[in-house]
Design a protein around this ligand. Structure first.
Ligand code: ZN
Length: 273
């Protein structure tokens, strides 16, 4: 079994390297739906979702600022209508630039829900990995098959991933090839071509097996609607994670902990929490 696992890890790493090495030097131009940030009462409701999703850290929002349980308030800012600006230099208001589409259907045109990750919110919440603030928060999470992964314990992220793993465990061995070896969780890096931090830099994202990864920089969107089976995606969404396969800038083996977006999507769909 040890030999089998090592071989799988090796093949996974090779698949990942191959995809990167053969990627075009100039990234393709991707069409993204214009942001449709909520305004008025809908904006207040979205900010309520944000506060409710991170109750350990946030105390509320008032007069255009986000109130933390400790430390000074943060300006929420104004949401942009320009997709590139919303992702490249996001304000807190840009978190809700695009609604996250819950469920098996992926509606067109595609937006980039979740790709706006304002440092003013996420670095304050999870810490700055470049300053060594994220690693002390990483804990071992029990993953499928008794394996373990490092994930941040901040904001209930590790507990949420453990709940995902419990659900995935019930799917049976046919799904194992998607779930192991993973392509990593914590990684202190910026997103290629931007100054923004990836959720991996906060220890709050996971990439599944590389051979099921399709990434917008590496090549065209796969003809199949998705490379990852729906029951896996459903397990993540159930526990506050969004899937990168629903982005115009697709990243099909990537999941990140974004309970505020899942919460907002459930509210709009009329689901009780
Ligand atoms: Zn990822």
């Amino acid at each position: 079994m040890v030999v089998g696992t090592s071989l799988a890890v090796l093949l996974n790493a090779a698949a990942s390297l191959y995809a990167r090495a053969t990627a075009p030097r100039t990234p393709p131009v991707i069409h993204v739906a214009a942001p449709s940030p909520p305004g008025g009462a809908a904006r207040d409701a979205a900010l309520d979702d944000l506060v409710a999703a991170y109750p350990q850290a946030l105390a509320g929002h008032r007069a255009g600022t986000l109130l933390w349980r400790s430390g000074p308030p943060t300006p929420i800012g104004t949401a942009r209508r320009d997709a590139e600006a919303a992702v490249a230099t996001p304000a807190i208001a840009d978190i809700f630039a695009w609604p996250y589409p819950l469920g098996e259907e992926i509606p067109a045109p595609l937006g980039d829900p979740g790709r706006a990750r304002p440092a003013a919110f996420f670095t304050r919440l999870y810490g700055d990995c470049a300053k060594g603030e994220v690693e002390p928060q990483l804990v071992d999470v029990r993953w499928v098959g008794g394996r373990s992964l490092r994930f941040t314990r901040v904001a209930g992220a590790a507990e949420a991933l453990e709940a995902v793993a419990r659900d995935l465990e019930t799917l049976g061995p046919a799904f194992d090839r998607y779930l192991w070896p993973t392509s990593g969780t914590y990684n202190c890096r910026a997103i290629a071509g931007t100054a923004s931090k990836s959720m991996h830099a906060y220890g709050a994202a996971i990439d599944l097996a590389a051979r099921f990864g399709a990434y917008w920089r590496w090549g065209p969107r796969p003809a199949a609607a998705r490379a990852i089976p729906w029951p896996i995606i459903a397990a993540f969404e159930r526990h506050g994670f969004i899937w990168g396969g629903k982005w115009a800038h697709f990243d099909s083996f990537h999941f990140e902990y974004r309970p505020e977006l899942i919460r907002a999507a459930r509210r709009k769909a009329g689901h009780a929490d």
